[in-house]
Design a binder for this molecule. Sequence first.
Ligand SMILES: [Zn+2]
Ligand SMILES: [Zn+2]
Length: 310
Amino acid sequence: MQRRTFLQSILPAAAAVQQLTAQTEQPWGGPVLDTHLHIRANADACFTHMQGCGVTHSVLLTRAADQERAKGEMERRPGHFVRSVSTDPSQADADKALRDAIKGGAVSIGELKFHLALDSAEMRRVYEIAAEYQVPVMMHIQTFPHFEGEMPYNTGYTQFDKVLRAYPRTKFIGHGDLFWAHISADVPTDRGYPAGPIKAGGLTDRWLSDFPNLYADMSANSGNNALSRDTEFSRGFIKRHEGKLIFGSDCSCADGKGSGVSQNNNPEATRLAGKCVARETLTLLQRLASPEVFRRITWDNGAKHFKVPA
Ligand SMILES: [Zn+2]
Ligand SMILES: [Zn+2]
């Protein structure tokens, strides 16, 4: 075979292999940042999850006490992780714990999931620290219990506009059942994850438009359910807030394919049992958004606020 003919015959094959490699590394057509991945006990488990669902980068949600462990994980997998810091704001040393972690390299505060009011003095101190260091703060907002006796987290959401107005330099990232239930103007009080058609004018929808300092974390059943329940509405919602929506999974499945437990045995979130939340929400987004908007939500928006280098 002449050299030229030979090359002509192998080049398309080589190109196909190259393309296939790119596809397996980036099945979503580019890098994907999961901004809501809780650090796991086993150092490799987070990375295994990411590889299984095609996520390339993650924000490791890490308590103040586990910062060193997160650093270790980051050093083992350079270029794939940044980390957050969380601590109970009602503890006496909360200010110092947050400040130390941020000075040590944490890029955000969260997840804050404590039994405090959103406008409490304790939370206000956190908002001030977030503004001072220009890191976002992410809160889990939930009042309806997942199990008997569960206390509400970050209460007072219907008055949250006062906080948003009072802290214009703080970047707030909302997350959780009640934050997403308010995508609709009618919010039932007897369940955490309302289903069915969305009524226009919900507080979350309005505030994302009105306040430049409010962003939305799309993770967990709460985010997935809100965007699945009325896809006609969601298309418009995603278009309206394409610069404000930030992809995250909050998935706890083992392999990024749905094995193990994806939503911590939350009895209300059985619709995602056996599924990987990251995959489900990425698939949904691909269906509801243009490729450009998909890229913004799954990469650009989060990478900007969590300071993730490409
Ligand atoms: Zn949460
Ligand atoms: Zn998963």
